[in-house]
Write a protein that binds this ligand. Sequence first.
Ligand code: NAG
Ligand code: NAG
Ligand code: NAG
Ligand code: NAG
Length: 365
Amino acid sequence: MLSSTLLVHLLGLFALTTNALASSPLVLVYYATAGYYHDSIPTGLRVLGEQGPLYGISFDFTEDKTQFRPEILTKYDAVLFFDNTDQVLDETGEAALKAYFEEGGNFVGIHAASSCEWDDRRFSLAIGALFDYHPTLQNVTYVNLDSNFPATKYLPTKFRYEEEAYHFQSDPRENGAVVVLALDPDSFYNDGTSSGNYSGGGHPLPAAWYNESPLSAKPLAQGAPVSGRSFYTALGHSNRTWESPWYQGHVMEGIKWVLDGNSTLAYGVGLVGNPIGTATASSSGASVSSTQFSARDAGALVATSSTSASTGTNTDTSTSTGTSYSSAATSSSAAMGKSAVLGGAGAGIIGTVLAGIVAGVGLAW
Ligand SMILES: *[C@@H]1O[C@H](CO)[C@@H](O)[C@H](O)[C@H]1NC(C)=O
Ligand SMILES: *[C@@H]1O[C@H](CO)[C@@H](O)[C@H](O)[C@H]1NC(C)=O
Ligand SMILES: *[C@@H]1O[C@H](CO)[C@@H](O)[C@H](O)[C@H]1NC(C)=O
Ligand SMILES: *[C@@H]1O[C@H](CO)[C@@H](O)[C@H](O)[C@H]1NC(C)=O
């Protein structure tokens, strides 16, 4: 095991060695709920804490709505809403978040984050669309619409997985979002019922999307270089999903893409974020063991070429060869630096940064 203190030092050294970031982007993970509570939340928090250091990203975790105050939000490069339900901010918090978006702050939403803050217009513009309903948990087929986008580039063109097939009240594309992962509507039994008279998520049915310039940032505050980015994924219901390397890569690459819009202080610009020169890691407390890496080698998804797998069983499937995650040990020759993380198909998306650290300081574990 590597102590978190040592890891902090290694990350700092890594940043210097590569002339990449001089401070880690700092992300506030907010998991307060006022309605349904997902029992996979602790798993998700643990996974984020473990993954953060591998991507040079630091997380603070909170359920405390009073963290949504201007003087506190200002130190974050992104806010990440995770499985929140119903009203989770007070009025002061909603105003602080609105100002944060206008100052170039970034946004990430995961799974049930689309089912909170129903009446908060800025929030719904940031996330892109609000949850409507989902059919019974079952195997569904996802279609990868963008094999260039970091969060989906390592996923098969089509794959089947047990998840909640989220349906949305509106089409995130109406807010300028680009849908990167879609649901095959013929791949599941839709026993769900819409909760209102909504126009729906549009076609193809959206499951994950990004927005380079969400309307939640407008009007941009004076001095903000560019609006913050937004990324949302509807996937992430169960522990099993969170434990899956492909999903961990999906989420972390989405977070990293959001931060890499260069709108915040960790990137040397902007009004909000972790300023260059400040200490890197915060409260993730993560440590990384070698067993964690060897588990990634098993991260195969079930890909499918069929568009009409109608029931829960996975017939007509084959194990994907498109999704391979190399371990730290096998990717230790990977080039160092930020670009390596988003490198070509041959490079593992996870462990590459850490491999860079290992190579840079001549350590291995
Ligand atoms: C998911 O994991 C958490 C611990 O992280 C556990 O408390 C919960 O019971 C698990 N849920 C299921 C459905 O197994
Ligand atoms: C989904 O498919 C997997 C793999 O075939 C299977 O183990 C699981 O039971 C299925 N889930 C449901 C809800 O049918
Ligand atoms: C539902 O919305 C459509 C389109 O906006 C409208 O024409 C229709 O009257 C609405 N139905 C109900 C029951 O409100
Ligand atoms: C962010 O900055 C890096 C380093 O200067 C640059 O390579 C990258 O293209 C920038 N990204 C955007 C979206 O401008």
